[in-house]
Design a protein around this ligand. Structure first.
Ligand SMILES: Cc1cc2nc3c(=O)[nH]c(=O)nc-3n(C[C@H](O)[C@H](O)[C@H](O)COP(=O)(O)O)c2cc1C
Length: 181
């Protein structure tokens, strides 16, 4: 005979064992960290926030927001390593920053590489936004033999202050939509 589980039992389970969410990230110059902080603030469930370096296991979390910057047209090396070492079989949401504006035609390809790096996880959703380009990176790009990279460096003053309040608000909205699902 099938066992009938009452609503009161389900609610009791939810109270006893509430959903646990982790926001984890790596960030050289705090752009991704800013987004991580906003995401963390928006989550109403039981939550924690940690840099990649402070994570030892994800076993205790039902949902993990994983944030990192694009470096060299794909996920940074630290993110690749983190996704491989900790996120296999986990349900994750990616949040990614990059210096290019979101509409640049190359951005979708970089995001695909990020999602591929998480191919052994269940990627529920992806958020991305522009972040300020650090001065040392800009200087390096100005010396590149590739004229397009030099051009991006010349235009990079437009990244100043990113992610700005509008982009941070977009990150907050993204979280509200995810958590309602
Ligand atoms: C080594 C390096 C390579 C980068 N490569 C790219 C790139 O390919 N495309 C891009 O849009 N931004 C690139 N960036 C810029 C970062 O993605 C961007 O500034 C990001 O917001 C930095 O985030 P963080 O402050 O959290 O580290 C690169 C930055 C570094 C340091």
């Amino acid at each position: 005979m099938p066992k009938v589980i009452s609503w009161s039992t389900i609610i009791a389970w939810m109270v006893i064992d509430p959903m646990k969410v982790l926001v984890t990230y790596t960030s050289r110059t705090s752009n991704t960290k800013k987004v991580a902080q906003a995401i963390y603030e928006e989550i109403e469930e039981e939550k924690a926030i940690k840099e990649f370096d402070d994570v030892t296991t994800l076993d205790n979390y039902d949902l993990v927001f994983v944030g990192f910057p694009v470096e060299n047209f794909g996920p940074c090396e630290k993110a690749k390593e983190f996704l491989k070492s900790f996120c296999v079989g986990k349900t994750i949401v990616l949040f990614i920053t990059h210096a290019a504006p979101e509409y640049l035609k190359f951005v979708p390809g970089w995001l695909v590489k990020c999602i591929r790096a998480a191919s052994e996880s269940n990627v529920g959703a992806v958020f991305n936004c522009q972040g300020e380009l650090a001065e040392d990176v800009r200087q390096g790009m100005l010396k590149s033999p590739d004229p397009m990279i030099r051009l991006w460096a010349e235009k990079s003053s437009k990244t100043k202050g990113q992610p700005d309040a509008t982009r941070i608000e977009r990150a907050r909205l993204f979280v509200r939509e995810i958590m309602e699902k």
